[in-house]
Ligand binder design. Structure first.
Ligand code: AMP
Length: 390
């Protein structure tokens, strides 16, 4: 009997990442990306071992629905005897309503649309493929998985801004993001180090977007991103936390428009803004320019500073987990962070750190230090399979 394969989609402003999982155990079958969907789309797919399965360029102006059709065509050709059971989507905002993944219906889609003002830069891109597939393949079940859901149980103190109540009640509060990544890490840690997973852990998702999550017994109790994915740590091109007075100054004294401030804080700040060179840590680590080193130093400083705050929230700290592009691959950044966490009892095994994944603390380290590769698409697929099976 044909089994249900699951397609996980992670759609951004100009690209759609995908991963196809087959069989009951959700074995990876293919993964890839469509880049440049806002211009000339380029479709790339790879097998789990990295061999190329597809490399196709679309003429400029090809409609999104046609590109998505091509992706579904590729999937149909690579099901290996399975049938496509459902498509799971990463959706950035579930608001206060969605505390877990949900099967998409017209009513759900309307509710997700209504959340767009909370994430105007991301939510429409996440919903576009859901809509397109609902139109072209109405019989295909779709599941929305939220970046906010893992943080849904955060205590009120962690979700509140010190703003008048009517604004809080209108939804201007802290939500937190990167939830699919943190949920994956929490589950993985339960397998790798069950005793630690039951304790006080900070997970550091350090990619182009970056945040920290304080977990008590595997549940999020606080996180550095708040109302938007702009808050907290310094990121590739985003500023992270900023005195709101600085934003007011840019508007009132420098005459910047809201759109110009948005562009500045989302696209021209962070590692790129401080270095003046690049948002890519690889480029910065290889550069002799002192501004590159300054950018990395500030990135590390902010991580250490926010770690102190979250350790206070947790009432102490048992473990620290690095994940995502920088966390998984930049040994020098991990070393600099761990050196700053010495006061929490961190002792880095430098040889293990240079090798990469797994436990990277010494046996006498009070703080367990881990590198755990994240897999948001696998988390989406797992949720989607669970919902499909009721
Ligand atoms: P992500 O958003 O998780 O895909 O992470 C992307 C970022 O990870 C890139 O912009 C780089 O800064 C960083 N990165 C990826 N690979 C490496 C590497 N080998 N060494 C250092 N940084 C890396």
């Amino acid at each position: 009997m044909a089994r249900d394969a699951i397609l996980a989609l992670n759609a951004g402003s100009s690209s759609v990442k995908f991963a196809l999982f087959g069989g009951d155990g959700l074995e990876p079958a293919a993964h890839g990306e469509v880049e440049g969907i806002d211009a000339a789309a380029h479709f790339l797919a790879r097998a789990p071992d990295g061999t190329s399965l597809a490399d196709r360029r679309f003429p400029a102006g090809t409609r999104f629905a046609a590109v998505l059709d091509a992706l579904l065509g590729f999937v149909a050709d690579h099901l290996g005897g399975d049938r496509l059971g459902a498509v799971g989507h990463r959706v950035v905002h579930g608001g206060t309503i969605f505390d877990r993944p949900v099967r998409v219906t017209d009513a759900v889609l309307d509710a997700l649309d209504a959340l767009t003002p909370l994430a105007p830069l991301h939510q429409p891109h996440n919903l576009a493929p859901i809509r397109a597939i609902a139109a072209s393949r109405p019989e295909l079940p779709q599941v929305a998985c939220f970046d906010t859901a893992f943080h849904h149980g955060m205590p009120v103190l962690a979700t509140s801004f010190a703003l008048p109540r009517d604004l809080t009640e209108a939804g201007i509060r802290r939500y937190g993001f990167h939830g699919l990544s943190y949920e994956f890490i929490a589950r993985r840690l339960r397998d790798l180090a069950p005793k630690l997973a039951a304790g006080r852990v900070i997970a550091a998702h350090l990619g182009n977007g970056a945040s920290l999550c304080a977990m008590a017994a595997g549940r999020s109790v606080d996180t550095t991103m708040g109302f938007t994915a702009l808050d907290g740590l310094m990121m590739g091109t985003r500023s992270g936390s900023l005195d709101p007075g600085a934003v007011l100054h840019l508007i009132t004294q420098r005459g910047m428009t809201a759109a110009a401030v948005e562009d500045l804080l989302y696209h021209r700040s962070g590692l790129l803004g401080v270095s003046g060179i690049s948002n890519d840590v690889r480029t910065l680590l290889a550069s002799a320019d002192p501004h590159a080193a300054e950018a990395i130093d500030l990135f590390v400083f902010r991580i250490a500073r926010e770690t102190g705050a979250l350790a206070a929230v947790l009432g102490g700290l048992d473990g620290f987990v690095f994940t995502a592009g920088i966390g998984e691959h930049a040994a020098a950044v991990r070393e600099a962070v761990c050196d700053r966490l010495g006061w929490l009892g961190a002792r880095l095994d430098r040889a293990a750190n240079a090798r990469g994944a797994g436990l990277i603390s010494t046996p006498d380290s009070r703080l367990a230090l881990w590198v755990i590769p994240t897999d948001e698409e696998a988390m989406i697929a797992r949720h989607t399979q669970e919902i499909l099976r009721g």
